[in-house]
Ligand binder design. Structure first.
Ligand SMILES: [Zn+2]
Ligand SMILES: [Zn+2]
Length: 78
């Protein structure tokens, strides 16, 4: 009947559209998203665990990924 299994409420129609930090693909980011700004393709490769910083190799926690690397200052630009 009603296909609402994936229906979600967004506070803003603008904020949820971003680009994957890793491949640049357009993604929809949910308020409770824990992908850290990565698309599903990339996050599936990275997994929920820490990823290495592209610049210095320091592991960046998945939840901190969007904030960049605290060690070398690498920041994920779209
Ligand atoms: Zn991606
Ligand atoms: Zn770094």
């Amino acid at each position: 009947m009603l296909a609402q299994s994936d229906r979600r409420i967004f506070p803003s129609a603008e904020d949820r559209y971003q680009h994957c930090l890793f491949c640049g693909k357009g993604i929809v980011v949910l308020p409770s998203d824990r992908r850290g700004g990565a698309c599903f393709d990339c996050v599936s490769l990275l997994g929920p665990e820490a990823m290495p910083c592209p610049e210095c190799g320091t592991e960046i926690d998945a939840t901190s990924r969007a904030a960049g690397c605290a060690r070398c200052g690498w920041f994920p630009n779209p």
